[in-house]
Design a protein around this ligand. Structure first.
Ligand SMILES: [Zn+2]
Length: 254
């Protein structure tokens, strides 16, 4: 299984429009972060987790030509705003399955009403088939199983996903111990780490490292990163030897 980091930045991306911060001015490609998303492939199978505003650019960068489904974590715009850009996949494949919590499906129906139109739908509009994700109900992704992991982003419920020995959790602030049980014996855990300072709805760096210590994956990658966390090169040097800052276009094999 291959995991390609399509984007590793927090909601505004890095650089931020109009911001003079040294990390926003960095010439290191690893300091340029699109909105957070991953592409998971194995054999003929191809899935993305989330579909943010940079989706089109990300699909072009990674060379994805076929998509089996989109798995959504939650409804925030940095994770969903690219839904209109699935059309090239629709034109080749037909409707794209979308897995999400029922609350997220309802939200998408409001924000992308034209996608869900049943009368006189514009023929070029995106086309999706929604499938509700329910906690403690694993579902098939190709010949593998996705296990939903129920976590909290402040007061908002968010799904992470485990597939085989890989798990992806973003926009997490708290995780109930029953959900930690679903994350035992991982080869790779991806988890969000926004910045050094605490934040109301995201792990900061120390909380992410404490969570990694609790879960004990073989390796962990940090994502959903703010410019104020610092330069990629400098932050990476301070991390434990099995913890890595993810960066855009990084591909790992599990
Ligand atoms: Zn986010």
């Amino acid at each position: 299984m291959k995991v390609y980091f399509l984007g590793t930045g927090t909601s505004q991306g890095i650089p931020i429009i109009g911001v003079d911060h040294p990390v926003c001015k960095s010439t290191d490609a690893k300091d340029k972060r699109l909105r957070v998303s991953i592409w998971i492939t194995w054999g003929e199978h191809s899935y993305v987790i989330d579909c943010g505003p940079d989706f089109r650019q990300q699909m072009l960068s990674c060379g994805c030509t076929h998509l089996d489904a989109i798995l959504f974590t939650h409804e925030h715009a940095d994770h969903t705003a690219g839904l209109d850009d699935i059309r090239p996949f629709n034109f080749r494949q037909g409707e794209i399955p979308v897995y999400a919590h029922q609350r997220v499906i309802d939200n998408l129906k409001r924000r992308f009403d034209y996608v869900f139109e049943t009368v006189n739908k514009y023929p070029g509009a995106p086309s999706v088939k929604t499938i509700e994700v329910i906690n403690d109900q694993p579902f098939a992704v190709g010949d593998k199983t996705a296990i939903p992991v129920n976590v909290m982003h402040g007061d908002l419920q968010v799904f992470g996903y485990r597939i085989d020995d890989f798990a992806y959790l973003t926009d997490v602030k708290t995780v109930h111990e029953t959900e930690v049980e679903k994350l035992k014996n991982l080869k790779v855990l991806v988890v969000n780490a926004l910045r050094v300072e605490p934040h109301d709805t995201h792990f900061n760096l120390q909380e992410a490292l404490d969570f990694i210590n609790l879960v004990k994956p073989e390796k962990a990658y940090l994502t959903h990163i703010s410019h104020v966390l610092g330069f990629h090169e400098e932050v990476q040097k301070q991390l434990p030897k099995n913890v890595f800052l993810a960066y855009d276009n990084l591909e790992i094999t599990i």
